[in-house]
Design a binder for this molecule. Structure first.
Ligand code: ZN
Length: 123
């Protein structure tokens, strides 16, 4: 695999994530805060804005395969707790609505974790 391909597929994953995050928050809000479909409570609205803002500002968006995983580290503590709850709730459910993406998401996260564990010793 050459570097150019890796870069563009990472960017694609990043763009996909930007579409998926609001959907995941909506799912979570509807189930946990009894909001109507398409409507978010103030908390979840703020969380969506914050998540998209962080994603936009992520300095690694073009060279990292999986943003959600790292992003959780650059969230401020209260937002981090909220997004973790969203991921815990909506993450597994994405397998049913976005099967291909959800699986590759999971695989990429595991790979990314392994990269950290290996401390990039292969480079
Ligand atoms: Zn909510």
């Amino acid at each position: 695999m050459n570097n150019k391909d890796a870069e563009s597929s990472n960017l694609k994953a990043w763009n996909k994530e930007k579409e998926l995050i609001p959907g995941m928050i909506k799912k979570y809000c509807k189930a946990n805060h009894s909001c109507e479909e398409g409507e978010l409570c103030e908390d979840c609205k703020a969380l969506t804005e914050y998540a998209l803002f962080r994603l936009e500002k992520c300095p690694f968006k073009e060279n990292k395969p999986f943003c959600s995983f790292c992003k959780i580290h650059c969230y401020k503590p209260d937002m981090r707790e909220k997004i973790k709850a969203v991921m815990r709730y909506s993450g597994p459910r994405m397998i049913f609505t976005h099967p291909v993406y959800a699986v590759s998401h999971l695989v990429q996260m595991l790979k990314y974790k392994k990269t950290i564990e290996d401390k990039r010793s292969d480079r």
